[in-house]
Structures are given as structure tokens and as C-alpha cells.
Design a protein around this ligand. Sequence first.
Ligand code: KG4
Ligand code: ZN
Length: 338
Amino acid sequence: MNILAVESSCDETAVAIVRDGRTILTDCIASQVDLHRIYGGVVPEIASRKHIEAIYGLADQALERTGLKRSDIDAVAVTYAPGLIGAVLVGVNFAKAAALALNKPLIPVHHIRGHIAANYLACPDLKPPFLCLVVSGGHTMIVDVQDYTKMEILGTTLDDAAGECFDKVGRVLGMPYPGGAALDKAASKGNADKYQLPRSKPGQNPYDMSFSGLKTAALNLIHHAEQVGEELDVNSLCASFCQAVSDTLVPRVVQAMKQTGRDKLAVAGGVAANSRIRADIMAAAKKLDAQVYLPPLSLCGDNAAMIGSQAYYEYLAGNTAGMELNAYATKSILGESL
Ligand code: KG4
Ligand code: ZN
């Protein structure tokens, strides 16, 4: 089954064609990052406009690159939530028009379910059940993936997402948007023990997390150094920050693996590209004797191939939509009715 998949929830316009949920025939992406960098973050109105400009050309490019004809497409999938509402709407309207014109099913996909599915593309042998640590720019959660479309959230951040904190700290340190990758690079040259940063334990649920205290502590440290004219060891601050994020995530994942008895652990989302987190997850999985799945960096960030992968399983579960499909800025991953 060839699925034409569309992703436009943030600042990447993407169109992919994925076969049977596991094979990427093509994955075309037009990134807007350079444009938003001028403003230090995503400007929603600009994002929507750029999606409109790029999306038709990308769909043509996807067909051209694969040599497929329009009639070879069996279904159209799209990220319908969550994301910047104007941005998501562009993808949803394009996908609705394409499904209508092709007379093929329309499959709505939750963006975070898509991030989890990036692992199906990277690891052909991965099948649920498994545990997944989702760490993206907008979400941080530990998900028990019981089946392709049946999930339970074991814990989540109670405030900021890990990626948001990377971006905020990166911005204050004068790093280009989005700050995560630059912070990661600087961290590799620093000493993670140099700065003491907090590891919060919020609430009753041992799997819940909090990052706002860590973000504030890092920002205070930077501002204080500026005020008293103290020279910061930026690389070591980045290393200490990455370590604090990893120390917030990894022990919870370990505990969740033990409690659920799962023996497979996957990681998903843009922050899954972080070297410290990747190394700590690998080490933890080794100790647990668990199989670990880490998508390559190209599949960690936003792309449409992951949407096409999850769409296949949504289709098999009967989760298609009609022309009344709407876009949503927020929506639970648990897949309550549309
Ligand atoms: O999943 P994603 O592409 O978009 C959302 O769905 O939010 O994640 C983007 C986030 C940004 O916050 C970015 O700074 C972060 O992923 N990121 C990283 C790294 N590469 C990207 N964070 C830490 N270390 C990295 N190497
Ligand atoms: Zn994402």
C-alpha cells in the first residue's frame, strides 16, 4: 500500500511516500528553519504561509522522485494534531483535496504517534509492545506502546518540554535557533560536573517530569554571570545542562521498563538526537538487557515518512476520516474520537 503522507505541524513542510508502513520510497522536506532563525523562534504566520508555498511542489517532487503516477497512490495521510494551528491546517486542507481528487482514503495521524513510528522505518524488526521515550520540541513523555494504535502514557512533563528548554537556553547563550543541536555540540567539549543544576521530582507519579526549574536555574546562572562580569564556561554549562536533562529522563525510563516488564525501548522526537541522552539510554538498556531502538538523526526531527508509517497502522485499525476532518493545536496521543 503506497501512502502519500503530509506533515506541516511546525516549521518543516514535508511530503513522503511510504510503502506498507515500513519502506520509505521518498521523503521530501522543505525546512523553514533558516527563515525563523532571524526571529529566534518559529513565527506561526510565516510558517503557515511558507507551508502553502512549498506543499504542492513537494508533492510533485515526491511523485517525480519515485516515478509513481497519481493512480499508484492508495491513500493520503496527514498530521492533523498537535501543532501550530495555521500550519497544521495547511497540511490537512492539502491532504483533503488530494484524497478527494484521487478518490482515496484520508488517514489522520497524530504527530507524536508519527515520531514513535519513525522507529518502524529505522528498525524493520520492531513490533509493539515496547516502551517509548518521546522527547520533542513540544512533548516529553514515556509511552507504553501496547499495539500500533493502542498506547498508555506512563508519565509526562508537567510544564516545559525538554526541547523547549534546549531552545530557550540555547537562545540566551546566543546560539542559532533551534538551540538543541548547537548546545549538544558545545557540550561535547565541556565538563558536565562543573555546574550544579537541579533534577526535579514533581508530583506523585514517579514517571512525571518537570523541566522549568532546570531551565530557570540555567538562565539565572547565565544572567548572574553577565551581571557580575564572570566569564562562563559555556561548553561546560551545556554539558551540565545536557546531563541534567538526561538524568531527568533516563532513570524514569529505567523504572518504567522494570515496572512494565517490557524488553524493548525506543526513543523518538527531535531531542532523541542528543548525544548525551543517546549514550545514557544505550548504557541503561545494556544494563537492563533490553533491546534499544534509536532512529537515525534524519528520522528524529520532523518528517513526513514517519506520518506515512503510522498512517499504515491507523488504516489497518480502521482510523480513516472524511472531508469533515479538522486540525487541532492540541490533542492527546491516546486517540480519542476526532
Ligand atoms: O521533534 P521535533 O523535530 O519537533 C517537534 O515536534 O517539536 O523536535 C525539535 C526539537 C527542538 O527543540 C530542537 O532544539 C531539538 O529537537 N533538538 C535537539 C537536538 N537536535 C534537535 N535537542 C538536543 N540535542 C540535539 N542534538
Ligand atoms: Zn515533531
